[in-house]
Design a protein. Structure first.
Length: 171
């Protein structure tokens, strides 16, 4: 039988044996492809930015990051969503991480949700973890779920009272 170590040893095989051994080199080729993937650049692309003078009507969906400074009338789904101080969102927001500096009218779903002191939220927040800074305005309900990104996960509320807590906050 052929062994990989003998194939790789210089001068140990004749050219006829090398031709016979060549098909066994085929499975080794994917490992070089795996090496290519490992050496691929790991730099994350910059977030897509919707400028303050931009008004979008429709839904936005990406696996990347979005920073909104303008107005969006529609739902947004992203990995990291940053709502700027000048931004207004009218629709549902779903992201792994949501940082709200501006205004949202609609439901927010996120693993990590952060309302900064300039945030204005009118709607329900479904989260795994939440932070609300002093000064944030929030009117709606807050509900903790293990999987807030899944709309069907509504039955997984946490805490002593599984009903959503109604909150009205002004800093």
């Amino acid at each position: 039988m052929f062994s990989k170590s003998k194939i790789n040893e210089p001068g140990s095989k004749t050219t006829d044996d090398a031709k016979t051994a060549a098909p066994s080199a085929g499975p080794a080729a994917p490992s070089s492809t795996g090496d290519y993937k490992a050496s691929a650049p790991k730099a994350k692309p910059p977030a897509s930015t919707l400028s303050a003078d931009l008004h979008v009507t429709g839904n936005l969906k990406t696996t990347g990051d979005i920073q909104v400074e303008g107005t969006v009338e529609g739902d947004i789904r992203a990995h990291l969503l940053t709502i700027g101080e000048t931004a207004t969102i009218k629709g549902e927001v779903i992201a792994d991480d949501v940082v709200i500096n501006g205004r949202i009218v609609g439901r927010v779903r996120g693993l990590k949700v952060r309302l900064t002191s300039t945030a204005r939220v009118e709607g329900d927040i479904i989260h795994k973890t939440i932070a609300i800074e002093s000064g944030a305005h929030f009117e709606g309900s807050v509900q903790r779920q293990d999987d807030p990104l899944n709309p069907g996960g509504a039955g997984k509320a946490q805490g002593a009272n599984p009903a959503a807590a109604k909150v009205m906050s002004q800093g």
